[in-house]
Every structure is written in C-alpha cells, then in structure tokens.
Design a protein around this ligand. Sequence first.
Ligand SMILES: [Zn+2]
Ligand SMILES: [Zn+2]
Length: 210
Amino acid sequence: MAVERIRCGMVNCWLIRGADGSVLVDAAVPRYKDQIYDRVKDCNVRLILLTHGHPDHVGNAAYLAERLGAPVAMHGADMELVKNPKGRKLYADTALGKFLLGGTERSLYKPHKFELSVAFKGGEKLDEYGVEARIVALPGHTEGSVGVLAGDEMIVGDAMFNVLKPTVARMYEDRDVMMDSVTHIRLTGCKRILPGHGGAFGVERFFAGG
Ligand SMILES: [Zn+2]
Ligand SMILES: [Zn+2]
C-alpha cells in the first residue's frame, strides 16, 4: 500500500492505493479538476473522502464523484460547512495564521453541491473500499475534521500544517479541541504526517522525543 501526494497549488490531495482499489482524500479547488481526474482515473478510486468541509478541500467533490463513479464521504458535522462556508467562525493567533486566515476568508465560495453518500464519525475501517486504513476523528480545525491512518502514515487534513515548518493548525474553530486532536495524532504511533498544506514530515520534526 502507498500514499501518494497530488499537489494542487497550495493544497494537497492524497491518494491511498491498496490492493483492491484506491481512496482519494480531498478534492482541492475547481481549477485543478482535470489534473486530479487525469492523475487518478486509472487507479480504481472507490471512495472520495473529504477531511473536512472547507472549500479548498471539497471543491471538486461533485465533479470527481460523477466522473469516477465514486461515493463521497465526510464527517456529518461538516456538511453544514459545505452548504454554508461562512457559517462557522475561524480563529488564528499567530501572525502567519492571521495572514492565512485572511486568504481563506477571501476565498470562501459556494462549492458545487454533492451528494454525501457516507458519513463517518471516526474509527471506521476502509477495507470495503480496497485499502487498509482507518478514519480518525480530529475535531478542532473544524468540528467534523477527520484524518486517515494508513500503515504508519497519517493524513491529517488541516489539523496540522507544514507551511514554512510543521505546526498545529494555523486556524481553527476551537483551539483546545484542536490541541487534543494533535495529541491524538501522536498517540496513534504514526511515523509520518501528511498535511493538507505543505509536504509530508516525520513526527520527530514536530513532537519532541518522537
Ligand atoms: Zn481547513
Ligand atoms: Zn485547507
């Protein structure tokens, strides 16, 4: 099994490739729709999993679901964000976080509507979609944020960032809840963290003492 990065400008999609299919994690922004489709069209994508409801991660969900014939899954708690991206307040406390937050707020748009076929809560296994991986609830950045643990790698959505360096989410709905989720990431025992923004990094680059 392997997890491959699909770079879409400032945001990543990740493709988990298993023996019996693939799971595409996140769907970036509309202008990358053909690039993502061409990259995954021969990979037997059996599920499109959205780490959370922000527009930069769900933009092509409807388009890809239709072209790939794959169901779309996310945490039920973020569905309202998809319908109303400005419906929940985000916070940031660092200068860079505030800068990024400004950009996020300017870019909020109404994504294409899509049918949510599967609602996850955390703990679900993805065997039925062809990959050995497990959903992990990571609330805080948004209430319905999830990650995916695949072997010793963990896709974390926006629970952690690697913009300039590995950090906790640069912006969040609830900072305390987010910090608990970052602790949870460490407790999974994963070795590599695959964020929504920036490249993958080893856990030792963020967590002292591994
Ligand atoms: Zn986000
Ligand atoms: Zn993001």
